[in-house]
Design a protein around this ligand. Structure first.
Ligand code: CP3
Length: 350
């Protein structure tokens, strides 16, 4: 019988160590949306690639933009360059990104439209993403962790139902109130697709995965339990059935008191918190149970100077006594000066 053992890489990769529950003297650091428009080298590749999805599905260029921020800043993790909306695409929906307008999908307005969804994700659509993972993995040094990701079913469903970004996710919330069974079928399909997609990334070389639930915070506690916690729990369990001990970071953005049940019920190894989350509560309630990732306000990074220093110091003072992955509370904003990122890194690493 093969002995269960940790991959050797866990021992030397600070981010993976933190996900095992250890505290690092200098916390590992990366940034959500670290590959993106604030970097001139990203903008150059983006122009060459054509559309945003063309870039996501071009393994050579997607690997290049994944590696750019790691090369420039020496982050402890690379995050696969792709998007959460490749899953609706792989389930047979139309997805487009128009410059300056964000995503446009054909809205999924009733349960009948659910019948048009594929049973399983189309592996051909996602094959280039797995190739990107493999390319990045072979290019990384032995200390840098490769993070794969997907969108949480709830957040992906908000875009599928509305067909675009919405200020309040009302279309999906209404669908869920009016037809919980139908909405549940959509969520189940996304759970299955997400399991297949994350397993594909882990088998291609990702060392942990993050589940982005950007719009979790708009749901009341019961709805949050049903549409965020339960599906995430199924994804974590389903992935670990195929990849035992797979490491997962959950990011239920905007959640406060429900963060603890989220951690307890989903079984994630780490939880991403945004900047509105009380750091003392994260320290006292979450860190004894899981690694915490966050939570610098991206606007303080854009502002820079003393405001940024205060924010960085506060995260370190309150959270670096436990397992901490230093990060922002949400993605870096495109207008952020590179010098501010350098300043933040210097302050964290000394
Ligand atoms: O973090 C990284 O560097 C990895 C790549 C990544 C992207 N999107 C690239 C991207 C990741 C992890 C995502 C996740 C994602 N995508 C989320 C969840 C995280 C979050 O930010 O809340 C969501 C909600 C999406 C959907 C999405 N993709 C929207 C709403 C938009 C348009 C808004 C915008 O920022 O332009 C995108 C486009 C997108 N995804 C860009 C990038 C770099 C910008 C597109 C461009 O380069 O023109």
């Amino acid at each position: 019988m093969e002995e269960a053992r940790k991959p050797e890489s866990v021992g030397i990769k600070p981010l993976l160590r933190v996900l095992e529950g250890t505290r690092e003297k200098t916390p590992p650091i990366w940034m959500m949306r670290q590959a993106g428009r604030y970097l001139p080298e990203y903008r150059a590749v983006r122009e060459k690639a054509g559309g945003f999805l063309d870039l996501c599905f071009n393994p050579e260029l997607a690997a290049e933009v994944t590696l750019q921020p790691v090369r420039r800043f020496g982050f402890d993790a690379a995050i696969l360059f792709s998007d959460i909306l490749v899953i609706p695409l792989a389930l047979g929906r139309k997805v487009e990104f128009q410059v300056g307008e964000g995503p446009k999908l054909e809205p999924l307005t009733d349960a009948a439209a659910l019948d048009s969804l594929r049973e399983h994700i189309d592996g051909k659509v996602l094959a280039p993403v797995y190739e990107t993972v493999a390319r990045v993995k072979s290019a990384l040094d032995k200390k840098t962790t490769l993070i794969g990701f997907c969108g949480a079913p709830w957040t992906v469903a908000t875009y599928m139902v509305a067909g675009e970004a919405t200020p309040d996710q009302a279309p999906a919330r209404l669908f869920a109130y009016r037809d919980p069974a139908g909405f549940g079928r959509l969520i189940d399909r996304l759970v299955q697709g997400s399991i297949e997609y994350l397993v594909g990334q882990l088998k291609a070389g990702a060392e942990c995965v993050q589940i982005f639930d950007t719009w979790a915070g708009v749901l009341g506690p019961d709805q949050f339990e049903r549409w965020c916690i339960q599906p995430t729990q199924k994804i974590v369990a389903g992935v670990r059935e195929q990849v035992p001990n797979a490491k997962v970071i959950g990011f239920p953005r905007g959640v406060q008191a429900m963060a603890l049940p989220y951690v307890q019920m989903t079984g994630v190894n780490g939880i991403g918190i945004d900047w509105t989350f009380e750091r003392e509560i994260a320290r006292d309630i979450l860190q004894p149970r899981t690694a915490v990732q966050g939570n610098v306000d991206p606007l303080s990074l854009l502002a820079g100077g003393a405001a940024l220093d205060r924010e960085v110091d506060d995260v370190l003072a309150k959270l670096s006594g436990g397992p901490l992955i230093f990060n922002l509370g949400h993605g870096i904003l495109p207008a952020t000066p590179i010098a501010h990122v350098e300043r933040m890194l210097k302050r964290v690493r000394g």
